[in-house]
Ligand binder design. Structure first.
Ligand code: LLP
Length: 425
């Protein structure tokens, strides 16, 4: 019998955790744990669904600039580049990775509040020129202008607008409120636009706005896009794009699941599109070449990854039943950093009665915990389990904490092969 799991490609077939039509124990049961396993098909399907939804909702000339921070594995970035993705990058390292993965430079946006002069110089002097620096402060724009003058270039910039909204998400990943370090508030944008000397070596391309990550409620998104559109009109300056950032969330937990019949991706696109049409396209204030940029990370790659770990031993202590696994918070940190919920799925389904279980790693911190007091099937030594939906902000946030090796990364291809695509190892 096939038992469907929320991650539609993942299911139990004959009590065996199966991805697509590949039983995971057979495919990866011999590999050294802990490791990440990515699914090429799921990754590309997510990307195509994102693009298709933008087009279906009449977004003008959408360009999907994948946010490398979610997962910069060279193979995954190359697959996305080949499928037509641009890139949203925030460091010199991500710039290099995007270029070496064949993302065209003119499809790269460079975000981040702390760009260094060296990073600005590299992006400025690349042959093709990047699509835009998303500028986050007055002094950053001054530096870009100065460096562009130095190289005899015209830098393309978008101003990252802080729309002063409250995104409904974890406070550590909310970015669009006026108390946050991100972007420029309206008053500063108005001041900047008037500094004529600054614009000699800088071309204004438009605005960018990114209010936070893991958004499942799009009220603040709608407000932010509306304010950005109105500001674009007010600026009275030709513009070529509006970059609406990333942020579309993933329903990791049962309580986050979308109600029946609701497609969050479509809802999100609809809200973005409605505001752009109402405030920019209907009033005919956009140029022929006007386009909308997106910077999704999580929604493209989260569901395409599993973190696979093995049970080292179990331990009953006080009121707790612990399952101690060989993966730790250094490998996958979201549960310890944000108290995030991720499904824990044993490779083999047994008839053992479920019990309240706390799944922990070997790191010397109580935060090193993948699930606390969760009803799970009892697990025994050497059995494998998968932490689900870990393709985004998994490996990219891993560290050597406790002097541990970084986890390996494998790719499950559509033909069922497993390829070692590890980097930094
Ligand atoms: N654009 C900008 C300017 C960003 O800062 C981010 C994410 C994105 C795009 C991509 O957002 P996404 O579509 O992935 O939500 N480590 C945290 C998430 C941090 C997000 C940082 N910025 C987590 O594991 O939840």
């Amino acid at each position: 019998m096939k038992e469907l799991l929320p991650n539609s490609e993942l299911h139990y077939l004959k009590n065996t955790l199966t991805w697509g039509n590949i039983p995971l124990s057979k495919a990866s049961g011999q590999l050294q744990t802990p490791f990440y396993l990515y699914n090429e098909q799921v990754l590309l399907d997510n990307f195509k669904r994102f693009q298709a939804s933008a087009l279906k909702n009449n977004i003008p000339k959408p360009l999907v600039c994948y946010a490398l921070k979610a997962n910069a594995n060279p193979r995954l970035v190359s697959l996305l580049a080949k499928a037509g993705a641009g890139a949203d990058i925030v460091s010199g390292g991500e710039f290099k990775r995007a270029i070496s993965s064949r993302v065209p430079a003119h499809h790269i946006v460079f975000s981040g509040v702390g760009k260094t002069q060296a990073e600005i110089d590299t992006a400025l002097t690349t042959d093709d020129g990047i699509l835009a620096f998303n500028v986050e402060s007055i002094s950053e724009l001054e530096l870009i202008a100065q460096r562009a003058k130095h190289f005899g270039k015209k830098a393309k910039v978008a101003l990252r607008y802080n729309p002063e909204v409250h995104a409904m998400t974890h406070k550590h990943i909310s970015t669009g409120h006026r108390t946050h370090k991100f972007g420029l508030i309206k008053k500063d944008i108005m001041t900047l636009m008037k500094k004529k000397a600054l614009w000699k070596n800088v071309q204004f391309q438009g605005l960018s706005v990114h209010i936070g990550s893991q958004l499942l409620d799009f009220q603040a998104t709608g407000k932010a896009v509306e304010r950005a559109c109105k500001l674009l009109r007010e600026l009275d300056h030709p513009f070529h794009f509006l970059d609406v950032g990333g942020g579309l969330g993933v329903d990791y937990s049962p309580t986050e699941r979308a109600p029946k019949g609701v497609d969050r991706l479509d809802d999100y696109m609809n809200i973005v599109s409605e505001n752009i049409h109402r405030h920019l396209i209907k009033p005919k204030v956009v140029e022929e070449d006007f386009r909308v940029l997106f910077e999704p990370g999580r929604s493209i790659v989260a569901r395409a990854g599993l973190f696979i770990t093995k049970v080292l031993r179990t331990k009953d202590s006080g009121a707790n039943h612990f399952v101690i696994v060989d993966g730790g918070m250094n490998d996958f940190g979201r549960t310890s950093l944000y108290g995030a919920y991720h499904e824990i799925l044993p490779f083999k389904k047994t008839t053992r009665p479920v019990r309240k279980t706390t799944v922990v790693g070997p790191i010397c911190e109580t935060a090193d915990c993948f699930a606390s007091g969760r009803k799970l099937l009892p697990m025994k030594e050497n059995e494998f389990l998968a932490v689900a939906d870990t393709g985004a902000y998994g490996f990219s946030m891993s560290s050597h904490y406790n002097l541990r090796n970084l986890p390996k990364e494998y790719l499950l291809t559509p033909s069922g092969d497993i390829q070692d695509i590890s980097h930094f190892s």
